[in-house]
Design a protein around this ligand. Structure first.
Ligand SMILES: [Zn+2]
Ligand SMILES: [Zn+2]
Length: 329
């Protein structure tokens, strides 16, 4: 059976971030129709986007979509998003199966449109080596290709960017870096205030370092807190890609306004990783945030020279063009 067929169990996640119910509900990803949740089918055409967070999948629906009542009541507040918790640790597989179908639908339309213009011979596609979604390769001849579904960067031989499996745009600081789950433990007695809480956070090494600095004094008051902070520090500072060893520090300097210091580190890494679109994107973002748009756009263009469909760099350029237009009005 192809990977794009899946039966699985899930729970709806409510506005307070709680998974509802004791047992899972039935769901099905099919090749033809769409994703079926609790007996109601949401067609692939009606999905604007999907996202993954820990063991949860977010289904972003097109705004006009009329849903049956038993699904409408589970929409996230003020947004057309259904958040489901996938059981048995299959969230990535389920999201990928949905994305394979969505991407096939998009690419079939793209091919038909090109054929209608008698340019069908130019159509090219490739499957992502990580999530197996289809990526449009028409008119794209840069060293790297970006999968917008799972954020993997790979080449035309489907080789992923070396040692970059966990490297992507951080959902918190928007810099490219190593993104993973970190423990956020608050276990302390501090100035008559006691606290014992734990949750998982999903962000980059730079954000993890900030969390460690924010909590270390308080957590040092109790052994449990102290140990968890040592663990956190060890997690964000070890096991990095040696080619991008200074990345977290460079991002931190840039975010804190020390562009001189960041510049030295980005320049050193660029020598070793000339074609890494994520690194070039960071270099551009850092210059933008530190008031040097000219250098920023040079780096963002270099990012697209390495990977023409690298969405983060394209979006940053577009966003800043719009800001400039607004300023001129
Ligand atoms: Zn992918
Ligand atoms: Zn971050």
């Amino acid at each position: 059976m192809p990977a794009s067929y899946y039966k699985f169990q899930f729970k709806f996640v409510d506005a307070d971030n709680r998974a509802l119910g004791y047992t899972g509900r039935q769901a099905h990803v099919s090749r033809e129709d769409g994703i079926e949740l609790d007996g109601a089918v949401i067609g692939y055409e009606d999905l604007a986007d999907t996202f993954l967070y820990l063991n949860r999948v977010g289904l972003v629906l097109k705004p006009y979509l009329a849903l049956p009542r038993h699904l409408t009541q589970h929409l996230q507040p003020n947004s057309p998003v259904l958040l489901i918790e996938v059981m048995e640790g299959l969230a990535f597989e389920i999201k990928s199966a949905v994305d394979q179908n969505r991407s096939n639908l998009y690419l079939a339309r793209r091919q038909a449109a090109l054929e209608a213009e008698r340019k069908g011979a130019a159509f090219r596609r490739i499957n992502c080596p990580r999530c197996d979604s289809g990526v449009d390769l028409t008119h794209q001849a840069t060293p790297y290709i970006y999968c917008r579904y799972c954020e993997t960067i790979f080449d035309q031989y489907r080789q992923k960017l070396p040692r970059c499996d966990d490297y992507k745009i951080c959902p918190i600081c928007q810099y490219y870096g190593r993104v993973q789950n970190f423990p956020d433990t608050r276990f302390y007695l501090w100035k008559k205030e006691g606290r014992a809480s734990y949750r998982e956070r999903y962000f980059c090494d730079t954000c993890a370092q900030r969390l460690q600095e924010e909590t270390r004094l308080k957590n040092a008051t109790l052994l449990v807190g102290l140990v968890s902070n040592v663990y956190l520090q060890n997690q964000y500072s070890t096991g990095r890609n040696p080619d991008l060893a200074e990345l977290s520090q460079a991002n931190r300097l840039a975010q804190d306004g020390d562009m001189k210091g960041a510049d030295l580190l980005y320049a050193a890494m660029t020598l070793r990783n000339k074609d890494n679109p994520g690194l070039r994107y960071n270099y551009g973002l850092a210059y933008l945030q530190n008031g040097d748009p000219k250098r920023a756009f040079y780096q963002l263009r270099e990012s697209l020279e390495a990977c023409k469909n690298y969405e983060p760099a394209r979006q940053l350029i577009q966003f800043n063009r719009r800001v400039e237009v607004e300023k001129e009005k």
